[in-house]
Design a protein around this ligand. Sequence first.
Ligand code: MN
Length: 202
Amino acid sequence: MRRIFCVGQNYADHAREMGSDPHRQPPFFFTKPADAVVASGLSLPYPARTADLHHEVELVVALGRGGSAVNAADAPSMIFGYAVGIDLTRRDMQAEAKKTGRPWDMSKGFDQSAPIGPLVRGLPPSKGAITLSIDGQVRQAGDLADMIWNVADIIAFLSTYVAVAAGDLIFTGTPAGVGPIHRGERVRGALVGIEPVDVTFL
Ligand code: MN
């Protein structure tokens, strides 16, 4: 694995719940360090410096090949595989950063902030249920078909900012329903047809 890129507000219903206009902006990106990845099935300490850890379930795409300023039509051939992941967020810290115009690094890119389920080879589906549940209760329920920017568009856009490369992971945004995780809760992110990602917070 090389780098982790994340797309912000890529589902209209989530953009609205965060107070944004979902249709005006091209996709924007932020990053997490590569060592923020956590395998499914682990118990994690509740992160320090937050009282409002949030879940964002997302389709994660892994690149097998890179390029610069690639065409959306060529982007699918660069995909190695996909998985379902959780973009963990210190929401209180992020809200403060938004208010003060400060960077998101510490609210998004902290230790163990990117749990990811097992990677499946091949192209991700363009539609299908993506859900997040806490202790068996569904909190987020969306469909990949509702992404504002599809995976090929995301790769094309991203590759105009940086040269993407084999080993890069891309979190492609979350549907509505983001919310807090509390100590002791078991969080499951699921994408239809593949293995889920499970993490428990201590
Ligand atoms: Mn996200």
